[in-house]
Design a protein around this ligand. Structure first.
Ligand code: PMP
Length: 369
C-alpha cells in the first residue's frame, strides 16, 4: 500500500543544527511527454554503449560487494590524469562528488570552524558545511557572476579551515582563470585547505581558464573534485572523485562510507574513461559548448544580459521576477532551476530543446536583465 505521510516533526529529538537545515531542492522530475528537462545540468545524450555494456555485465555480480576502495577505478583515473602525475593513492572515490565534499568537510572541520564560499554558488555547499558543524562565510560573486578572489582571501580569519571554489561556477557560469586559481591557492593562509570543485571543467572553452590539477603537486593544501555526473553522462550512477596529497586522501577515505561506490557504478566509471569513451565524451562536451555559445549569442541579441558561461548551463538574472520567469518556461514545457528573487539557471539541452528556450525567452514580456 501507499506509505503513510511523514509526520512534520520526528518523534525523537534531532541535533539542533540539523533540525534547522534547509532542504536541498533538486530539479523537478519531468512529467508527461515533450518536456525539456533543463533543470539539473545533465548531459542531453544517452549513456555510451560501451559504458552500458560494462554496467550490465557488472550488474550480474551484485551478490558480491564491490572493491572496498575502488582500487581498479583509482588506477584507471590515475592513468587518465597521467599528464599531471596523479598516483592512485591520491584519489578518493565517492557516491557523487557532493558526498565527497561532505566527507572532506567532516574530515577537517571542528564545530564552529568557518568555510569561505563564493555566493551564489552550488546550493549544496552551505548544507554540507552545516552538517559538518561548521559555519559558511559567503563572499558575494561579482556582478558578472565571477569569484571575487581578493574578497575571499580577505574573508579568511583565525577560524577559517577551508576555502571553496566552484569553477565553472554553478549557477552563474564563469570559471576561474589560471591566474585567479593561483592567486587563491597561493594566497590561502597556512593550514587552510582549498577545495576546487571542477564538476563542469570538461565544458570549458576559454583558454584563459585554469585547471587546478596544474597546482596540485606544489600545493599540499589543495583538493580537486571531479564528477562522472556531467560530461560523462552518468548522473544516475553517482560517482565522483577527489584528488589530494596522499596523506590527506587517506584521511578523507577513512571518513567515506564503506563500499560507498556500487559495483555497477565502479564498472561504468572505469568504462567511461577508457580512451575511446573519453574521446567521445570530449566530442560531446565540445558540441554542448558550441550549443551554449550559440544560445548565449542569441539571448544577447534578444536583449538579455547573460554572464559568461563556461559550463553546460547559463544564468538569466531576473531579480524579483525569477519565479515568474521559471513558470513562464514551465508553461512552455521547459523545466529550469529557479532561484527565487535572483534568477533562473538553464541547462544546455539538445538543439531542439535550446530552440524552445529561445522561443520562450523571446516571448517573455518581463524585464530582460
Ligand atoms: N559540484 C557542482 C558545482 C555541481 O553543480 C554538482 C551537481 N549539480 C555537484 C558538484 C555534484 O555532483 P555529483 O554529486 O553528481 O557528482
Amino acid at each position: 500500500g501507499a506509505a503513510a505521510p511523514a509526520p512534520a516533526t520526528p518523534a525523537v529529538p534531532l541535533r539542533r543544527d540539523i533540525a534547522a537545515l534547509p532542504a536541498y531542492v533538486p530539479g523537478a522530475r519531468p512529467q508527461g511527454e515533450g518536456i525539456a528537462k533543463l533543470s539539473s545540468n545533465e548531459l542531453p545524450y544517452p549513456v555510451q554503449d560501451s559504458v552500458l555494456a560494462a554496467l550490465t555485465d557488472a550488474a550480474a555480480g551484485v551478490n558480491r560487494y564491490p572493491e572496498m576502495t575502488g582500487q581498479r577505478l583509482a588506477e584507471a583515473l590515475a592513468s587518465r590524469h597521467a599528464e599531471h602525475g596523479i598516483d592512485p593513492c591520491q584519489i578518493v572515490l565517492g557516491n557523487g562528488s557532493v558526498a565527497l565534499i561532505q566527507h572532506l568537510l567532516d574530515t577537517v572541520c571542528e564545530p564552529g570552524d568557518e568555510v569561505v564560499i563564493p555566493w551564489r554558488s552550488f546550493e549544496a555547499y552551505p548544507i554540507c558545511i552545516a552538517v559538518a558543524g561548521a559555519r559558511a562565510v559567503r563572499v558575494p560573486v561579482t556582478a558578472e557572476g565571477r569569484h571575487d578572489v581578493p574578497a575571499m582571501l580577505a574573508a579568511c580569519g583565525p577560524a577559517t579551515r577551508v576555502i571553496m571554489a566552484c569553477t565553472p561556477n554553478n549557477p552563474t557560469g564563469p570559471a576561474l582563470t589560471a591566474a585567479e586559481l593561483e592567486a587563491l591557492v597561493d594566497g590561502a593562509p597556512d593550514g587552510v585547505l582549498v577545495l576546487v570543485d571542477e564538476a563542469y571543467l570538461d565544458f570549458v572553452t576559454d583558454p584563459a581558464v585554469g585547471n587546478a590539477l596544474d597546482l596540485l603537486a606544489d600545493h599540499p593544501g589543495l583538493v580537486v573534485s571531479r564528477t562522472f555526473s556531467k560530461a560523462h553522462a552518468l548522473a544516475g550512477m553517482r560517482v565522483g572523485y577527489l584528488m589530494a596529497e596522499p596523506a590527506l586522501a587517506a584521511a578523507i577515505r577513512s571518513v567515506t562510507t564503506p563500499f560507498g561506490v556500487s559495483l555497477p557504478a565502479q564498472a561504468a566509471a572505469a568504462a567511461a574513461i577508457a580512451p575511446p569513451a573519453l574521446a567521445e565524451t570530449a566530442g560531446r562536451a565540445r558540441a554542448v559548448a558550441a550549443e551554449r555559445d550559440r544560445v548565449l549569442a542569441a539571448l544577447r541579441d534578444q536583449g538579455w544580459t547573460v554572464p559568461d558561461a563556461q559550463g553546460n548551463f547559463y544564468w538569466l538574472e531576473a531579480g524579483e521576477e525569477a519565479a515568474r520567469l521559471a513558470a513562464h518556461f514551465e508553461a512552455a514545457g521547459i523545466l529550469v532551476r529557479p532561484f527565487v528573487g535572483e534568477g533562473v539557471r538553464v541547462s544546455v539541452g539538445t538543439p531542439e530543446d535550446n530552440e524552445r528556450v529561445l522561443a520562450a525567452t523571446a516571448a517573455w514580456p518581463g524585464k530582460r536583465a
